[in-house]
Design a protein around this ligand. Sequence first.
Ligand code: MV4
Length: 445
Amino acid sequence: MFKKILIANRGEIALRVIRTCREMGIKTVAVYSTADKDSLHVRFADEAVCIGKPPGADSYLNVPNIMAAAEITNADAIHPGYGFLAENSKFSQICADCGIKFIGPTPGMINSMGDKVTAKETMIKAGVPVVPGGQGLLESIEQAKSIAKEIGYPVILKATAGGGGKGMRLVWEESQMEHAYSTAKIEAAGSFKNDGIYLEKFVEEPRHIEIQIAGDQYGNISHLSERDCSIQRRHQKLVEESPSPFMTPDLRQRMGDAAKKAAQAINYESVGTIEFLVDKHRNFYFMEMNTRIQVEHCVTEEVTNFDLIKEQILIAAGRHISGKDYEPKMHAIECRINAEDPYNDFRPSPGKITTLHTPGGHGVRVDSHVYTGYVIPPYYDSMIGKLIAVAQTRDEAISTMYRALSEYVIEGVKTTIPFHLQLMQNEDFRSGNFTTKFLEGFKLK
Ligand code: MV4
């Protein structure tokens, strides 16, 4: 087992990893930017090394400084958390070259899912359903028009180096194709230094349902059921839950099998997530694979009783996993509490937390790195923490969440708590009647 893990991240996920390391008897090294010198991850780790100035590029993305911190502290593994370097294959390779275990997949696995056209081709070969569309990259506007005519409008253009919603173009009819094609290509070149784009049928009003998987170094894969992440705004998830209110035993079986096939196709090692679009007829299509631990992993932890960070560390250290599949035993809902003003287009609201009261009690979990007097820096994401409610039924989990949100007091910055309080009272949300379009029609009172 590893003796010392360096956590190449900040905020709640750095704290989350430190907690599990403590329980496993593994020493921890925090790295931090000068903006984070008073952060809890710095205080709770056994050692801490400053790695640079506040902007991410100077600190949490500064590979030479992070590797130097690992060398001087004698860390034998690095946990990347999510965001920053978590899906950076070059970083994973540099760790390997330095003899430090990257707690996550190999560079080859990251690359095979990072390029979306390659990932889609791999999924087709593996027998995983994908959205109908052209094979490979688009070569011309004429080709795009001819594929679109064949499969029928509306279609969507996506960047092969994209993901998470960046650089997509919706095309409703042929007359829009030329403009959409050109702008998609320019945007892809600008954002990703790769202008490759591809086309697929636009799935209208889909749900976003993802399957958590874990694979070991010996080819065993388990799935740990689904999370419904349909409640999103501008591709930012706000609420996640498990089980999905749209799930059936048959759909879970089929999606679970497909997710395991997807992971098997690339011999996946570590924890990961297969994202699917699910249409109203319960057809599902592979969308992307996330080769990292995700923000919303806690929802799965609460319904399956696994510590996913512990699993991730054990897998990296070479442990075998069962290959069995796990069903939700409870219902869990997570609300992301962000320093954003929901009454003002969710504008970021960094600053000092002057008053804090964190909810507790039966069925409540809070994963957060903040405290009274903590200053939320403007340089990073605006998440203050995650509030997770767990109960035997969805109705009870919503009641617990509403109660916990009502107890939560955060003063000094605007937060998403008022939004979540109203969402928990919304009839369509309560009846499980929502798709990824839900928040477009949701008006705050
Ligand atoms: C789609 C789609 C409809 N049809 N692809 C958004 C994020 C990126 N991973 C892919 N996305 C979508 N791809 C086809 N063929 C709709 C979306 C989409 C979406 C997906 C999941 C959650 C929220 C979303 C919001 C808008 C669009």
